[in-house]
Ligand binder design. Structure first.
Ligand code: SF4
Ligand code: SF4
Length: 260
């Protein structure tokens, strides 16, 4: 009798992060049972103590590289992974911890820790793709559940994930939101931010603050002119881009342009 084909092996890795994206995976609940039936969850410390060592077919990587040890470890993860997908703002852009990239990390450590000499840290927090080749980047802080399931489904089907790179504005239109910027003059980063949340904040009359990071080819300088007309000065505009995705190249460039 033919032996059943082994299921693809899934691994979930953590680097510097808050674990929110891994929780999004656990939050898939019913869908996770289906996923668990289709893959062998071989390494996922957040969910299980069991560990199957060796090579993995799909690795989901959460978190950024902030320590010398992690800068080495990510190469080992890459070697052991057939497909490597980064999930969330930390893994795709360096996360909120990349604010250190604009400051003196030694000064930060001396303020935060009683014994900064015990801390081994890099001067920067960087995306996984700055260290190893990445097969797909999934944005969000945290990631959207439906997009994560699409990524895993696409992997199982051997196709490219369908994750539209357009802006939150398009999601606003699809949802029937009234534009908070046009109707109320509320500053909103939706025009430059990657879709995925379903235009959550504008649906509650709030401006988007860019937690999904930059959309494909954003025109941040153009939006900067509009935001300035709504009363934001250069300092405001620098700070608005320096949050979860501060080190994403497009957001970083705009914050530095505004700071200059
Ligand atoms: S509310 Fe924001 S995201 Fe929605 S259409 Fe207006 S600018 Fe775009
Ligand atoms: S900040 Fe923007 S991208 Fe994040 S949930 Fe709100 S609308 Fe969506």
């Amino acid at each position: 009798m033919a032996r059943p084909k082994p299921k693809p092996r899934l691994a979930v890795w953590k680097f510097a992060s808050c674990d929110g994206c891994q929780l999004s995976l656990l939050d898939c609940e019913d869908e996770l049972l289906t996923v668990a039936g289709a893959v062998d969850i071989a390494y996922f410390p957040e969910a299980t103590r069991g560990e199957v060592s060796g090579r993995y077919d799909l690795s989901l990587v959460e978190g950024s590289v902030t320590t010398p040890h992690d800068a080495e470890r990510i190469h080992d993860v890459r070697k052991r992974s057939r497909t490597l997908v980064t999930i969330g703002a930390c893994a795709t852009a360096g996360g909120i911890q990349s604010l250190r990239n604009f400051a003196d990390v030694a000064e930060y450590a001396s303020i935060v820790y009683a014994r900064p000499d015990y801390i081994q840290t890099l001067a920067t927090s960087t995306a996984i793709a700055d260290h190893v080749p990445v097969d797909f980047e999934l944005r969000g802080c945290p990631i959207a559940k439906h997009q994560l399931l699409e990524v895993v489904s696409a992997f199982l089907a051997g196709r490219r994930p369908v994750v539209p790179p357009h802006s939150v504005c398009l999601e606003c239109k699809l949802r029937g939101n009234v534009c908070v910027m046009v109707a109320h003059g509320t500053p909103c980063l939706g025009p430059v931010t990657h879709a995925g949340c379903g235009a959550l904040c504008p649906a509650y009359d709030r401006g988007c603050y860019g937690c999904f990071g930059p959309m494909e080819t954003p025109n941040a300088p153009s939006l900067g002119g509009r935001l300035a007309a709504l009363g934001m000065d250069g300092r405001d505009l620098t700070r608005v881009y320096r949050t979860f995705n501060a080190n994403a190249p497009e957001f970083r460039a705009e914050s530095e342009r505004q700071e200059a």
